[in-house]
Design a protein around this ligand. Structure first.
Ligand code: 5GP
Length: 342
């Protein structure tokens, strides 16, 4: 439906290596034929499902394909252009800096390369404002988390506003957020915005309670926060009182089987409450989707009118990490693009 494609959109939850399209995967495979990686190993097609654990195996395969500065530059440029082509006007891309001894890739050059891709798209006039959130993979523990925060801090000060914050992600069944608190607290104190994956699986309630005290600036998924699915009212109250927006990824949660079907997605709970809920893709490549499709799915599943959909995309502007002048520019863009009748 062209309405969803033309709808100006804000994407706030997109992992770089999960967003790689099949076209770009083809290019990567042809660069590294010796790895014997096939297409079916990097994406979950229509109607297919995997356990969350299997999803994390997919990321490992993609990481094998993306292990040089050259790969990262190509992947980031392709991903940015694909979001732009899908009508995304503002994108916060997140990625975990990796070092690769065999190719000379360092965490620092990883971040520099993503920034270079953003700048290159900008100089080519691609119609999208892109920012970067440096990601912590919880699997790597507290020392690496602290090291990542320090790097992010440096780039926040030197990247002309391109690096805005920090993401906490990675396999939710590994490690405990309590150990990462010093790193996250430091990030917050130095002015990095925080987007934390919280309660992606049911066993994380205690961790969520703890991390909500920071408090984070946005929540990724938050699938099991509310009492209907074993969460708690006090946790919900904390999210509501602090007006912490949720980044919600319908297809990702259905394909990763943390949500049984679209109609049972927690988008319904939070949206009905009037709580800021931003529709996002998570991993458009791995889950074979795009942001227009996610908006369309939300509309068809929850009976939203086109005007409702417009409002959701417009209200996402208030949830971005970029400063007020950027919000104002985007709001003007939305006014300019708004249809006379829906
Ligand atoms: P990258 O950070 O390498 O650009 O993107 C892939 C990484 O993002 C994964 O290895 C994982 O750490 C994180 N990631 C992607 N999707 C999800 C998700 O749905 N949940 C969590 N917790 N982490 C994710």
């Amino acid at each position: 439906d062209v309405f969803y494609q033309e709808l100006p959109k804000v994407e706030l939850h997109a992992h770089l290596n999960g967003s790689v399209s099949s076209q770009t995967i083809e290019k990567l495979i042809s660069r590294k034929p010796h790895l014997n990686i096939e297409h079916g190993m990097t994406a979950i097609g229509k109607g297919q499902r995997r356990t969350l654990d299997e999803c994390f195996q997919v990321f490992k395969v993609i990481h094998q394909l993306v292990d040089t500065e050259e790969d990262i530059l190509m992947v980031a440029i392709d991903v940015i252009k694909e979001f732009a082509a899908d009508g995304v006007k503002y994108l916060e891309l997140r990625s975990t800096p990796r070092e690769e001894k065999t190719t000379g890739l360092t965490k620092r050059s990883y971040i520099e390369t993503v920034i270079k891709a953003i700048q290159q798209c900008r100089s080519e006039g691609v119609d999208i404002d892109v920012r970067f959130l440096v990601a912590i993979d919880r699997r790597n523990g507290p020392e690496v988390a602290m090291e990542t925060v320090k790097l992010a801090e440096e780039f926040m000060l030197s990247s002309d506003g391109l690096v805005l914050g920090l993401d906490l992600s990675g396999d939710p069944t590994v490690g405990h957020g309590r150990d990462l608190l010093p790193a996250l607290q430091r990030a917050k104190n130095c002015g990095l915005k925080l987007s934390l994956h919280l309660s992606e699986v049911p066993s994380q309630l205690e961790e969520s309670e703890l991390l909500l005290n920071l408090p984070p600036d946005r929540i990724g998924h938050g699938t099991f926060l509310h009492p209907e699915v074993g969460g708690s009212q006090s946790v919900v109250d904390k999210v509501v009182e602090n007006k912490i927006p949720l980044e919600l990824c319908l297809t990702s949660n259905v394909k990763g089987q943390t949500v049984p079907c679209y109609s049972k997605h927690h988008f319904k709970y939070w949206y009905q409450m009037g709580h800021p809920s931003v529709i996002c893709t998570d991993d458009k490549g791995v889950f074979s989707t795009d942001l227009s499709q996610e908006y369309q799915l939300a509309a068809s599943t929850f009976g939203l009118s086109r005007e409702d959909v417009w409002k959701i995309s417009q209200q996402a502007i208030d949830c971005i990490f970029a400063p007020d002048n950027v919000k104002q520019q985007l709001k003007q863009k939305w006014i300019d693009l708004q249809p006379q009748v829906f």
